[in-house]
Design a protein around this ligand. Structure first.
Ligand code: ADP
Length: 823
């Protein structure tokens, strides 16, 4: 289905502000210490305590039995103990937003960790900069035990190739570290910019500072050899007196200059790149608050240099003058595919002040080098569709890259699922836990190996997902989000810190109840029930099914013969990934047995097409079902209404009864440590008498494709149901299922009349997720449904969306609370 999905929304300047925030929040991929993409030879250290604690063991959570599982410096050899470092070479520039550290436990034998550390970084390997936060603090609070991973946001983020972790110690203990870096590749290629430092404005007695406060180069008359606020990914607001989320001085987000200090009427900026590139455009984020004497530039002239001389013919661009809107905006300056490694631009004032908050370039490497740059082009954070049209070579290359990545993904998925089959399902049950741990590591590695795609592809808007009609399904073999590993979050009181510990998933270790093959010829087609990710779902009569199931397995209270069943068939043209996913769903479902989980009765897998036979749920999926109902007012007579108006009316009590059943099914899943990852009304089925059963263990649906959000090459995500940590960190836990339950409960109580956060676009939903993470009171919650009592909203629904995963209720608690509310 996704193959036909060509309604791709590109980022536009208009929504730019939003997009960059999204991208920074999405730019949090582990860069390969844990997953192994960073090679041993790229990890070095100033010293090590012993061979078994050498630099190469400094990989976060990489305690594999070789060595003691961490890097430990030979602190004693250092006079001040502050010069020891563990160095990671990322091989190319990266935008690093987060770091993680862990101590050394050496299977219980060790108890060494770094309580505090500093970070130094370098783009060229020779000049090093000490990182400090926006308030100038260099020391980062690290670990307090040898086990937990402590993550720290780097604010401001770092653009670097080399990063050094430098433990800070008072010599009272031996220090050991395991580390990971999180971020994404920095494809701009900008190594440094040189500008005159910003000025100070006095606005109505208020001091407004427009200096580049995070610049990491040298500052004399001009700022040189560094990067700073113009590349920190934070765009200024319309009103320059206010800044984003930091409590800083007025003007903080902008670098700005006063016309009076520039007799020639322009500000000159020089941009140095990693190598010669072809530049298609430059984007400059400008303030335009002309009522306060600030306007975007009138004209810019850019000069290009590939060797030692500036080329004679500059490019000049004059943006259209805007005398109406005072909004800050990105201005795209076409650079005509000029080749250069250095660009000098002169920005001419059109008013007293000129304020910039971000500058970015769109480029490819020089043409003759195209073959070598395969893995890097086309992934700019600053995509500009208008210039893409001219760049046909780049488009062809991007197409090829996408195809290569799709093929690689398909291969990875096949290999991984083959391992899943062999290691979990063909080996004895008690071997499964360790196999799973290993496989989850593989999965994580593969997810991070395919990470460089950062341009976001937004879901098709017109397929509204509230009360929608059926649409044809399909499978594109894209990996789905369920491939992230499973961990639990343990939060600390510091809002920017959280630690992670691995959780055993022992669900698969239970007894194997292999599914029996049902004779295909005994199935008689009655009607089509729907269409899903794998193919069609049919209502069939199954002759002799009751005998086939036997007394023990028969469907309670259903003695009809022939029995009506739902038969889900894998479409014949399904690729191997879809086939494996289908078999996976069979395997999972065959092991689940609960009144509120859809039951798999039998399978037909000896020949194609593969089929799974499940109990028939007369009323289809819960989303469609509720959508066709109306809420009965509290004072209406329940029995009378149900008799007269049949299914068109439903009472609040019945709705809560449905939620109770879902909570009960989830309670069962959580007792098995099983994380569903896609709980939503669309994935619950309705039988007779409002019986609800949880279904869809394939974790991905195309029917409700508007409910899913896709990041190219990475995931199909039901973002509106996902917890912040699932979206930002890829962590799926029981607590993230609880979050999804909160959304599902909200859907139920609004009778699925609208999609969650329907007023927010996909990008805004992700931005809101960032607000949940930052927890500065700006996060938006789903509103209280009109029929929802205050206490259910406050004590239950909102508690499912608590930032701290540990503070969310368990399904056991949710179940009892809902039951009590009915009493
Ligand atoms: P997907 O593969 O996208 O997860 P399914 O194949 O499970 O979706 O189901 C597609 C649709 O078929 C559902 O939305 C539902 O309406 C219908 N359906 C699926 N299973 C059953 C069932 N056991 N009883 C009744 N209807 C079903």
């Amino acid at each position: 289905m996704w193959k036909n999905f060509n309604h791709i929304a590109h980022m536009k300047d208009r929504v730019g502000h939003l997009c960059v925030c999204v991208l920074i929040e999405m730019c949090r991929y582990p860069l390969g210490m844990t997953g192994g993409q960073i090679q041993d030879e790229d990890i070095s250290a100033s010293s090590h305590w012993s061979e078994s604690t050498a630099a190469r063991f400094g990989r976060l959570d990489f305690d594999n039995g070789d060595g003691d599982g961490a890097w430990c410096p030979d602190i004693m050899s250092e006079a001040d103990g502050l010069k020891e470092y563990l160095q990671v070479d990322l091989r190319s520039l990266h935008f690093i937003t987060l770091v993680g550290t862990q101590g050394r436990h050496a299977d219980g034998m060790g108890n060494e960790f770094a309580q505090r550390y500093r970070i130094k970084y370098s783009r060229d390997g020779s000049s090093w900069v000490g990182w400090h936060d926006r308030k100038g603090r260099q020391i980062i609070e690290g670990n307090s035990n040898a086990y937990d991973v402590v993550l720290k946001d780097l604010e401001p983020p770092i653009i670097a190739r080399f990063v050094r972790f430098m433990p800070v110690t008072d010599h009272s203990m031996i220090v050991c570290m395991r580390v990971e870096l999180y971020g994404c590749e920095w494809l701009d290629g900008l190594m440094s910019y040189s500008i005159p430092d910003g000025h100070q404005m006095i606005y109505r007695g208020l001091d407004v500072f427009f200096n580049d406060s995070v610049y990491d180069g040298a500052s004399a008359e001009r700022l040189t050899k560094g990067l700073g606020q113009l590349t920190d990914g934070t765009w200024g607001l319309d009103d320059f007196l206010h800044s984003h989320s930091y409590n800083f001085w007025p003007g903080y987000d902008y670098v700005g200059w006063n016309n009076r200090s520039f007799p020639r009427g322009y500000v000159e900026m020089i941009f140095e790149f990693d190598h010669v590139r072809n530049f298609s455009s430059m984007k400059v984020h400008c303030n335009n608050m002309f009522s306060r004497g600030v306007r975007m530039f009138r004209q810019v002239t850019c000069y290009f240099r590939s060797g030692s001389e500036w080329e004679a013919d500059p490019v000049t661009f004059r943006p259209a003058v805007d005398r109406v809107s005072q909004s800050a905006r990105f201005i795209t300056v076409p650079l005509g595919d000029r080749t250069a490694s250095t660009i000098k631009c002169r920005f001419h004032f059109s008013d007293l002040w000129m304020l910039f908050s971000e500058v970015a370039f769109q480029s490819g490497k020089k043409k003759e080098k195209k073959k070598k740059r395969k893995a890097k082009i086309g992934c700019s954070l600053w995509d500009d569709p208008t210039h893409k049209v001219d760049d046909s070579n780049t488009r062809i290359l991007i197409g090829c890259l996408v195809a290569i990545i799709a093929i690689l993904l398909a291969i990875i998925v096949i290999i991984l699922w083959r391992q899943v089959w062999q290691k979990i399902f063909l080996s004895p049950p008690n071997a499964s836990v360790s196999c799973l741990k290993e496989i989850s590591e593989h999965l994580w590695r593969s997810a991070t190996a395919t990470r460089p795609m950062l341009r976001l592809f937004f879901s098709k808007k017109e397929s509204s997902t509230s009360c929608r009609a059926f649409a044809a399904g399909g499978s594109d073999g894209a990996p789905h989000y369920a491939e992230a590993d499973i961990i639990s979050l343990q939060e600390s009181s510091d809002s920017s810190t959280y630690s992670i510990t691995a959780v055993n998933m022992n669900f698969f270790a239970g007894t194997d109840s292999s599914m029996r093959e049902f004779p295909r010829h005994k199935l008689t087609f009655k009607e089509k029930l729907g269409e899903g990710q794998f193919g069609e779902v049919h209502l069939c009569e199954a002759e002799g099914m009751q005998d086939f199931l036997g007394e023990d397995l028969s469907i309670e209270g259903n003695n009809e013969s022939p029995l009506l069943v739902a038969v889900k068939t894998l479409r014949e043209d399904a690729n191997k990934n879809a086939r494996n996913d289908f078999l996976k769903e069979i395997r999972i479902m065959s092991r689940l047995r609960d009144p509120n989980i859809v039951r798999l009765l039998a399978v037909c897998v000896d020949t194609d097409p593969l089929c799974m036979i499940t109990e028939y749920m007369e009323n289809g999926d819960l989303n469609q079902f509720l959508c066709n109902l109306r809420l009965k007012a509290a004072d209406e007579d329940e029995i009378k209404q149900e008799e007269t108006e049949g299914k068109s009316m439903v009472s609040y009590t019945t709705l809560i009864g449905m939620a109770v059943q879902i909570a009960s099914g989830m309670k069962y899943l959580s007792s098995l440590n099983f994380v569903h990852r896609d709980l939503a009304t669309r994935n619950c089925l309705v039988g007779k008498k409002y019986t609800i059963k949880i279904a869809d263990f394939g974790m991905s649906r195309n029917l409700y494709r508007g409910d899913y959000y896709r990041i190219q090459g990475r995931a199909v995500l039901p973002i509106r149901w996902m917890s912040w940590e699932s979206i930002l960190l890829g962590k799926f836990t029981m607590a993230s299922d609880v979050w999804a339950f909160g959304v599902t409960l909200w859907e139920i109580l609004t009778l699925c009349k609208e999609q969650p956060y329907s007023q927010l676009s996909d990008e805004q939903v992700i931005e809101n997720t960032g607000e949940f993470f930052r927890e500065q009171g700006k996060q938006v919650y789903l509103p209280k449904p009109p029929c929802c009592p205050d206490r259910i909203y406050k004590d239950l629904m909102l508690s499912c969306w608590r930032r701290n995963a540990k503070q969310r209720p368990s399904f056991q608690e949710i179940h009892s609370q809902l039951l009590e509310s009915l009493a």
